[in-house]
Design a protein around this ligand. Structure first.
Ligand code: ADP
Length: 645
């Protein structure tokens, strides 16, 4: 069996995962680590800078005391200490540069800082010894050093250094006190020596020790609190980042859901994004089958085929599925110990340790389950539960939309097939009947009296209408099939089509007393459209035919062709009966006829505009209508022009 990681498919190029969580987690650890460490590295540099100043101060101060106060002191050792400080600081400076160049681990900086403080301690102790031991005012400087060490190191190391300072000072004081070490006073500074005064020595040592320890305690406490805050800030930034990622995933999901009705595509994106954002290795969606008793895998990410094929997920035998489908989000923190799973051994083999499941709920009940699988036990938080619930809600909408679309598409296909079959069957008997009626009407079967002629004329009109209806229905059905296929388009000169249509309607328009005009504003350029001849003819035949049909005597129909940017604009304007506001909204619906049109012309299929709209859409164009009842109507067809380079 494949391990979960072997089973994880590589991210596809078409849509990169939103975030790589595992990377982010390790980045986070690095970030947290480096914040504290950066501080140490910066502090080491700061300490080196300070020490230049300290070394120089020691040298200068000893000469200053000599020249200004004329005290006698062991100037040579004091200057030597100052020089030593400068010298070892130079060494530390060089080492630090080297560490930076070689990107040394933080450990090296820690050792460097400890060595620096250790040597400083020694230098301070010698400085104190050569400036009067327990009587030296330089003893106070140790407190600064203690504070610096407490800032740099952990409380434990800081206390260790403080104790070391106390031991150093006490040793010097006691050795000098018991004359085991020569006392080196600054002669002229004190009127009488204090280093052998028991009370003085004891008091200074007690106060020095307690001040040192209190300073360590206070500084460490403040420093600890700051470090905690710093960690909190990093954690908060991290959780903010996670929240942003989740929001982005939801947003992305919403976009996918609204951008396509292709169910597999939507579900595939959902499972992948969910796994990425929750930071788990796998995610799956199972939907209820027609029986409502089984859950079938519909989309999965990160799971092996073997695991998906493990066996049917039956509601009856799967307590987890039952609980989830009843509307609960269920967290199984430890798969090996849970009694809710139907296939616990398979899950363990797959490397799954914890599972979070949320129901996909439709309007009329449960649709299925979305699951996130982790290879760590107790992985999922309350945040993850809310997120999965939100993703599940999105998934449910997508599933319902896609299902509804599928039903409509199926119905439409059935309807189209039905229309095609029936009308096809009707076509030949109607044509035969039509030509037989014509034969009788034209007198080939003998003379007709007035009444017979009248009846036959009416029969002819009805059969003509039937023929038109059949043609329209067949066109409509064929149009739908063609719209889907998008084939057989070719460059056509629109001007010629329009001219033919106008010529066709000249006689009927004149017979009705309607004037018919057509204008071209194309600056002599031909208008080429990527379409079919029949299609373009059908569009303008219908629109011009309607304009003539719904315009009364003395009215006017004007056709205009112009170029606007890349588009060909054709307007068909009439001064006819117009269309009411209410009817405008239904105009392109199949079989729709406005009441005023029905009153004027009994015959009409209400299919012409539907066919027109289908064809215009197929040719990449759009159609608009403006009308005022009783005044007139203007249809505008905009088709993209075809350019041959
Ligand atoms: P038909 O003309 O066979 O009724 P159409 O689909 O071509 O079917 O038109 C649908 C309806 O749109 C018409 O019944 C009519 O109400 C309205 N219509 C279309 N063109 C015009 C027009 N130029 N003026 C007024 N009404 C129109």
């Amino acid at each position: 069996m494949a391990t979960p990681h072997q089973a994880t498919p590589p991210p596809s190029a078409e849509s990169p995962p939103l975030v790589n969580n595992s990377n982010r987690m390790s980045n986070k650890a690095k970030e947290l680590h480096s914040l504290v460490d950066d501080e140490l590295i910066a502090s080491v540099a700061w300490l080196t800078r300070l020490r230049w100043f300290a070394g120089l101060s020691v040298v200068l101060a000893s000469w200053f005391v000599k020249i200004v106060f004329k005290f006698q002191a062991p100037y040579a050792p004091l200057s030597a200490i100052g020089a030593c400080i400068l010298f070892y600081n130079l060494l530390f400076f060089l080492i630090e540069r080297r560490l930076i160049e070689t990107s040394a681990p933080v450990r090296s900086y820690r050792w460097l800082a400890m060595s620096q403080v250790g040597l400083d301690w020694l230098a301070m102790t010698l400085l104190i010894h050569f400036s009067g031991g327990i009587e030296s005012p330089a003893i106070l400087f140790f407190i600064f050093h203690i504070i610096i060490a407490s800032i740099l190191f952990s409380p434990r190391t800081a206390y260790a250094f403080t104790c070391l300072a106390i031991v150093f000072i006490s040793t010097i004081a006691l050795l000098e006190h018991f004359s085991l070490l020569t006392h080196r006073p600054i002669i002229g500074y004190l009127e009488f020596p204090l280093y052998q005064n028991n009370y003085y020595v004891a008091a200074v040592l007690v106060f020095f020790s307690s001040t040192g320890l209190i300073a360590t305690y206070l500084t460490s406490a403040i420093q600890e609190r700051l470090r905690r805050r710093e960690k909190e800030v990093v954690m908060l930034t991290e959780s903010l980042q996670r929240a942003t990622d989740r929001l982005q995933a939801l947003n992305d999901g919403a976009r996918t859901v609204s951008s396509t009705l292709e169910l597999p595509q939507v579900l595939k994106r959902l499972v992948r994004n969910t796994a990425d954002v929750i930071g788990v290795f796998a995610c799956s969606i199972r939907l209820l089958d027609n029986t409502g008793q089984r859950l079938e895998p519909e989309a999965s990410y990160g799971l092996s085929q073997t695991y998906l094929d493990k066996g049917p997920v039956e509601i009856e035998n799967n307590p987890l599925a039952r609980q989830v489908l009843s509307g609960h989000i269920i967290n199984v923190p430890d798969v090996s110990k849970s009694s809710l799973l139907q296939y616990p051994d398979w899950a363990v083999q797959e490397g799954i340790q914890s599972i979070l499941s949320a129901p996909l709920l439709g309007k009329d009940g449960p649709l299925g389950i979305i699951r996130a699988y982790s290879d760590k036990p107790d992985h999922f938080t309350a945040d993850d539960e809310s997120f999965l619930a939100a993703i599940a809600a999105q998934g449910s909408i997508a599933i319902e939309n896609a299902m509804a679309y599928q039903v409509i598409a199926n119905l439409d296909a059935t309807k189209t097939t039905f229309i095609r079959t029936v009308t096809h069957e009707l076509r030949s008997p109607v044509s035969v009947t039509r030509s037989l009626l014509r034969t009788i009407t034209d007198g080939y079967t003998g003379q007709l009296n007035e009444q017979q002629r009248d009846i036959l004329e009416r029969a002819n009109r009805r059969i003509d209408f039937l023929q038109k209806l059949i043609d329209d229905l067949l066109d409509l059905a064929a149009g739908k099939v063609e719209v889907q296929s998008k084939q057989s388009l070719e460059p056509i000169v629109l001007d010629e089509i329009l001219q033919k249509v106008i010529t066709r309607f000249e006689v009927p328009a004149r017979a009705k007393g309607v004037s018919l005009e057509w204008h071209k504003e194309t600056k002599g350029q031909p208008t080429i459209i990527h379409a079919t001849i029949d299609g373009l003819d059908r569009i303008f035949d219908n629109l011009v035919g309607n304009a003539v049909k719904y315009t009364l005597t003395n009215g006017k129909v004007t056709l205009n062709l112009s170029h606007v940017n890349e588009g060909a604009w054709v307007t068909i304007e009439d001064t006819g009966i117009g269309i009411s506001e209410e009817s405008l909204g239904h105009l392109f619906e199949e079989f729709y006829r406005a009441p005023n049109a029905r009153a004027l012309e009994r015959e009409g299929t209400g299919l012409g505009l539907t066919i027109v709209k289908n064809l215009v859409t197929r040719f990449g164009g759009r159609i608009a209508v403006q009308s005022t009842q009783g005044i007139g109507t203007r249809f505008t067809v905009i088709l993209p022009r075809y350019f041959i380079f």
